[in-house]
Design a protein around this ligand. Structure first.
Ligand code: PMT
Length: 427
């Protein structure tokens, strides 16, 4: 996504400017061509050499330097840029941008470029909440700028409130989202499920599985970077929500079913990468089960203190949607009684298999009427639950089978979207 992208990072004179060094480094590592422009006062906080060392490119600051080269350069930079992100953006620069003032290299480039603008305001709490700053941000947002909300927390002054620069991951996410706004999933609504479900035994114990959510979060992030509006329905995981993705958290399979059913109204694609528990304890105990003599037959304990759980079937979330036309059907969509669905829903399932992958995957593809089924070999150490890579075979409703090599989950996610895009409804 970031490979060979021409990105300008503008740095204003605020204490958070030192954090932009990490952002520039991460963007450069991801293959972006990063040009840094410092305002005069940004140089008081971080020296240009720090940024040029990280970006491996020249750094710009003085529009009026004697050779006149900077005056020429700023037009070229503005024309070639695919994105301008100002990190941190001070109240002063935000005001200049709102009013079209171009009195330094950064504001001149901002006025001259047609590239999308991303702003990460970071400043003292009361400057950020001041009506003037808020009005300027509203104006810039109205003109199409992406404003990354500052974090709330302890500021350099010691005060607590909004004004902290978000993490590098958030900043990078916002930049990737803005770069991908016209991608091949633009104007599409996609729903992705991730992680495993937890089925309660009692208030402190549950039946669960080893899904980390990494595969599903990579799928959601990739969709965002290709321009989609993304709803990510996640079981309990230890991952941060990707920037710009609507996260809906659930715990149990029943909650996931409700969340999926309400999210797919109007959606173009559903990708179920969650490891949904097929069974749940019949009646979870209202209080923590006590081992030994504390339990009793009524709670499932036997005479030797052993515990038997009675499990009942969970609904098959994907299976229940089998009646909705997918892209493999000839129909061009269906309108419900309530007029809710007028386009086809592309449905993609996953299968975690340890043996007989081809037979099991094909029967799931057919039983659940899926457009694609991604089978991962969870018997391998480099594939499936918890790890960063996956070894998958993609089964198409058309009968095509693609056996892919081991790849990072981000690469698997990109390949899955490459296969989904041609299936999207054009209605
Ligand atoms: O989260 P990670 O650590 O990155 O691991 C990723 C993963 C291994 C969990 C993921 O790649 C994966 O394989 N997810 C699906 C695992 C699974 O539950 O497979 P299944 O064969 O039980 O289910 C088949 C399909 O039906 C899946 O799309 C599943 O989401 C769906 N399903 C399953 C049960 C159920 N009650 N309702 C469902 O909709």
């Amino acid at each position: 996504m970031l490979l060979n992208k021409r990105i300008i990072i503008g740095i204003c004179g605020g204490i958070a400017s030192y954090k932009a060094v990490d952002l520039v480094s991460k963007l450069q590592q991801a293959g972006a061509l990063v040009d840094v422009i410092l305002t005069e006062h940004a140089e008081d906080f971080v020296r240009p050499l720090t940024f040029s060392t990280m970006s491996h490119r020249p750094v710009y600051s003085d529009l009026w330097e004697a050779s006149g080269r900077a005056a020429e350069t700023h037009i070229a930079l503005a024309e070639e840029a695919e994105l301008l992100a100002i990190v941190p953006a001070t109240a002063n620069t935000i005001a200049k941008l709102a009013y079209g003032i171009a009195d330094n290299m950064l504001t001149a480039v901002a006025l001259a470029t047609k590239a999308p603008l991303v702003l990460a305001p970071a400043m003292y709490r009361d400057m950020y909440t001041h009506p003037a700053t808020q009005a300027n941000l509203a104006l810039l947002r109205e003109r199409g700028a992406c404003i990354i909300e500052p974090e709330v927390g302890r500021l350099a002054s010691g005060a607590v409130g909004p004004g902290r620069l978000p993490t590098t991951e958030v900043l990078q996410g916002a930049i990737s989202k803005a770069l991908g706004r016209n991608g091949d999933l633009a104007h599409r609504l996609v729903v992705v499920t991730a992680g495993g479900t937890h089925e309660p035994i009692d208030p402190v114990r549950y039946v669960g599985n080893r899904s980390s959510g990494k595969m599903g979060y990579a799928i959601a992030t990739e969709a965002r970077d290709r321009g989609a509006d993304v709803i990510l329905i996640s079981g309990p995981v230890a991952l941060e929500a990707p920037y710009g993705v609507e996260l809906r958290t659930v715990e149990t399979a029943l909650q996931m079913r409700d969340a999926v059913q309400s999210a797919i109204t109007g959606a173009d694609v559903l990708v179920m990468s969650a490891a949904v528990a097929d069974f749940r304890p019949d009646t979870p105990a209202a209080q923590k089960l006590k081992k030994g003599n504390g339990g009793g037959e009524a709670q499932g304990f036997d005479a030797h203190g052993g515990l038997t759980l009675h499990l009942v079937r969970n609904p098959d979330i994907l299976g229940e949607l089998a009646g909705i036309p997918g892209s493999s059907e000839t129909s061009h969509g269906q309108i419900t009684d309530k007029g809710e669905r007028s386009k086809r829903l592309v449905r993609v399932g996953f299968a975690a298999e340890t043996n007989d992958i081809v037979t099991n995957a094909q029967s799931k593809l057919q039983a659940k009427h899926l457009d694609l089924l991604v089978a991962n070999d969870v018997g391998r150490r480099d594939s499936g639950f918890g790890v960063e890579t996956n070894k998958v075979i993609i089964f198409h409703a058309t009968g095509q089978i693609e056996d892919l090599p081991v790849m990072p989950k981000t690469g698997v996610a990109a390949t899955i979207w490459d296969r989904i895009v041609p299936l999207l409804s054009t209605t």
